[in-house]
Write a protein that binds this ligand. Structure first.
Ligand SMILES: Nc1nc2c(c(=O)[nH]1)N[C@H]1C(S)=C(S)[C@@H](COP(=O)(O)OP(=O)(O)OC[C@H]3O[C@@H](n4cnc5c(=O)[nH]c(N)nc54)[C@H](O)[C@@H]3O)O[C@H]1N2
Ligand SMILES: Nc1nc2c(c(=O)[nH]1)N[C@H]1C(S)=C(S)[C@@H](COP(=O)(O)OP(=O)(O)OC[C@H]3O[C@@H](n4cnc5c(=O)[nH]c(N)nc54)[C@H](O)[C@@H]3O)O[C@H]1N2
Ligand SMILES: [Mo]
Length: 697
């Protein structure tokens, strides 16, 4: 097989690719192909982290690619917006019409060009089908820039202000840890290949502690579960520091040599005795002191203590500070000295991706378009032109994302997408809730049908994805769609001629051995085993920054602080329950909801509620319930369950609205309020009331 052409041999063969989904695991995925048809996919046994196994969802990847409802031809809207009525059109007409519409906006000058907005996230994590050709296209147009905040920016900022980047422990060394705190992560559902390493540690005698408001399937399998209230993690982390200080479970040498601001942090943390923490977190004093003892005793015994954080805990007002507080902990006990000690939230900062070469921000020349935050798309689509905002959004091009389902405050998002004067193009595999509102739907290829190259945010290997089959129907890779649109717009920069294999090479340049990638599909980065054993934090001071001058300059707290949620529970208030909406195990955000065999496992959208809260409302398992707040209401099935703690309900996401009970989903209730850092969304900072459907008010 040559690099650029896809030789389809009549005999059966296997093609090494990469799972494209937004997940820390980024698996090496092997596709078995017979006569040009992908028969099945399996995990690559040669790749250490994948270890021969894919998750349940992605094992069905061929079902998803050959799904009978796959969009295989360009479609043009014929019914009202949102009605989902389309007719097939040829590529030629679709691209000509879209280019004409965009030109009618850009012809009005650079200010007006900002009325065009790209909207994309990580439907594929591939660097080529993500922001490469697409970014070149939008930069040349002078479209508004998009701040891609929907998932991880609060935690990313918290981590970066503390450790210096999205960096941390190597995932494989969790297998050697003696204590693992699994903090804000349902690893069995969302980070299965990390869980495999944690299992090895557990078999070797490590203690596993899960810190999560929900009793997840991961919590079930840990030795202990601390079910704190959502958004109170910073208080717990400060309480742990207070205990470590009071008991002198501290690595003074590490603190002195490799940290910044210890005296200030020490004074701050001493204000967090267990009683105060317990009342804020809704847990017992004994749980706090025992957790601190487990963590501190690792120092005394010289044993590695590891923390696996995930993004679940940063979807609240104080998310950035919470991640910062937790990221400080390993330095207190010198956990970083061991390769199996420290913390991992994301490893993505380890990858030397050449973003500027892929995205070409230089194509903006002297223009500086405004930036729109994807997490407030609901409000922004409804905003009229003004001197602060600039032009109203007139054209939206969506790819790799399903905002009508996943963005907060869907009532507003839907109203925005329904605007008759908004021109919307959606590049998709399926007719999602978002695609229903498109003027044109353009059929995109899946990972089986295109080239790509990947980073990972859970391990430290680069992966290459080779196409296993030819594009189905008339589908084209995102990159090709933007290339062809660029040609229709008359863009002449030679960068629009780069093919996907060239973009794959551009992504890492000389930093990664591309021949190795072509040969085996993955290439480990050369990294130290214990990144901060001797300090060397890539912060401005070179130290682990307990105290951050950069944050102080930005008008934020220099020290990690506990910030209460925007919406804090109050039994007397009209919406007394806190609601979190973590992912259902067999979906990936809103992807896979339309794969029937997976939807059959999840059955229907559910709300988990504790027996005491259910009893007070006359709710039983199987009842349809109305969950509501000032932003809207949403119906789903109640499950009275130990998975919910008192005062907190769990609305598992993210269902397609049109596949739910009443044409909406859990984001009907979530708010557009933002986090302390990173302008991120606060999906898990949300108060609601719940009633049995049909119950007298
Ligand atoms: N199966 C599956 N896997 C996925 C995803 C998916 O949708 N489905 N999503 C992918 C994506 S986009 C991401 S970003 C990653 C990470 O995805 P995340 O959405 O972070 O997923 P989880 O690891 O399940 O972490 C969420 C956990 O945090 C808990 N949680 C909620 N609020 C709080 C809080 O205030 N404090 C604490 N301590 N815990 C809290 C939830 O109950 C849940 O168990 O996973 C990816 N993997
Ligand atoms: N209530 C609540 N809301 C949430 C979350 C939550 O936990 N609770 N999680 C949030 C998080 S962490 C995230 S990351 C966001 C995720 O939000 P999104 O990034 O929008 O993720 P998905 O819902 O998976 O939608 C991705 C879409 O991209 C499409 N796609 C996949 N590959 C390609 C491709 O190659 N080309 C094109 N054109 N399309 C492709 C898929 O078909 C799918 O419809 O949702 C957020 N929303
Ligand atoms: Mo995410």
């Amino acid at each position: 097989m040559t690099e650029n052409t896809l030789a389809i041999s009549p005999a059966s063969h296997e093609v090494i690719g990469a799972c494209p989904h937004d997940c820390p695991d980024t698996c090496s995925m092997v596709t078995s192909v017979e006569n040009g048809v992908a028969i099945k996919v399996h995990g690559n046994p040669a790749h250490q982290h994948t270890d021969g196994a894919l998750c349940t969802k992605v094992s069905r990847y061929t079902k998803r690619s050959y799904h009978p409802e796959r969009i295989l031809h360009p479609l043009k809207r014929v019914g009202a917006k949102g009605s989902g009525q389309f007719e097939p059109v040829g590529w030629e007409q679709a691209l000509t019409d879209i280019a004409q519409k965009l030109r009618s906006i850009t012809d009005r000058g650079p200010q007006a060009a900002q009325a065009i907005l790209p909207y994309s996230y990580a439907g594929t994590m591939g660097l080529v089908q993500g922001e490469a050709m697409a970014a070149r296209f939008f930069h040349t147009l002078g479209a508004s820039l998009l701040d891609r905040t929907i998932c991880a920016t609060a935690g990313g900022a918290g981590l970066t202000h503390t450790l210096g980047g999205k960096l941390g422990m190597r995932v494989e060394f969790f297998a050697e840890a003696r204590l693992i705190l699994i903090w804000g992560s349902n690893s069995i559902a969302s980070n299965l290949h990390f869980w495999r390493y944690a299992q090895v540690a557990k078999r070797n005698g490590a203690k596993l502690i899960c810190i999560d408001p929900r009793r997840t399937e991961t919590a079930d399998k840990c030795h202990e579960h601390i079910a704190l209230l959502p958004g109170t993690d910073a208080a717990l982390a400060l309480g742990l520091m207070q205990q470590l200080i009071s008991n002198d479970w501290l690595d003074h040498d590490y603190l002195e040599r490799y940290t910044l601001g210890w005296d200030a942090l020490r004074a701050h943390a001493l204000q967090w005795p267990p009683e105060r923490v317990a009342s804020i977190c809704g847990i017992s004093v004994a749980q706090i002191t025992a957790l601190a003892r487990d963590y501190g005793s690792c120092l005394q015994r010289g044993e590695p203590a590891a923390i696996r954080m995930n993004y679940g805990l940063q979807r609240v007002r104080g998310g950035g500070n919470a991640v910062r507080a937790i990221a400080c902990l390993p330095a207190l006990i010198g956990a970083w000295r061991h390769r199996a000690g420290g913390v991992l939230l994301s490893s993505s900062g380890s990858f030397p991706v050449r973003r500027a070469a892929l995205e070409r921000p230089d194509l903006l020349a002297d223009r500086a378009p405004r930036t729109i935050n994807m997490s407030t798309i609901g409000d922004d689509l409804l905003r009229p032109a003004s001197s602060e905002f600039g032009p109203a959004i007139e054209a939206l091009i969506v790819y790799n994302s399903n905002p009508v389902a996943v963005a907060p405050d869907s009532g507003k998002v839907v109203a925005g997408f329904a605007r008759d004067d908004l021109f919307t193009v959606v590049l998709e595999h399926f007719q999602t809730d978002t695609a229903d509102y498109a003027d044109y739907i353009l059929p995109a290829t899946t990972q089986l049908e295109h080239w790509d190259v990947h980073l990972s945010y859970g391990h430290t290997d680069v992966l290459l994805n080779r196409p296993a089959i030819a594009p189905l129907g008339e589908a084209k890779p995102n990159s090709q769609i933007f290339r062809e649109l660029a040609a229709r717009m008359g863009f002449t920069d030679p960068c629009f001629l780069d093919d996907d294999a060239t973009l794959c090479r551009t992504a890492y340049g000389e930093a990664v051995d591309f021949e190795l990638l072509l040969r085996q599909g993955f290439a480990p980065l050369a990294l130290p085993e214990a990144p901060f054993a001797q300090g060397g934090f890539p912060t401005p001071s070179g130290r682990c920054e307990f105290e951050s001058a950069r944050l102080a300059d930005a008008g934020l707290d220099a020290l990690p602080c506990y910030l209460p949620n925007h919406e804090t529970p109050d039994q007397a208030a009209p919406y007394p329950l806190a609601m979190i909406s973590p992912p259902a195990r067999n979906f990936l955000n809103s992807t896979f909801v339309n794969v029937k065999s997976l939807r059959d496992i999840e059955r229907e959208p559910i709300l988990e509620i504790h027996a005491s809260d259910a009893l007070a409302r006359g709710i039983q398992t199987g009842d349809t319930v109305r969950t509501f707040n000032g932003r809207g209401e949403y119906r789903c099935k109640a499950v009275v369950s130990q998975r919910a703690r008192p005062g907190v309900v769990n609305g598992l996401g993210v269902w397609w609205r049109k596949l739910g009970l009443d044409g909406s989903n859990v984001n009907q209730l979530t708010s557009q309020a933002l986090t302390d850092m990173g302008r991120g969304p606060t999906f898990y900072d949300c108060l609601v009331q719940v009633e049995r459907d049909g119950a007298a008010p």
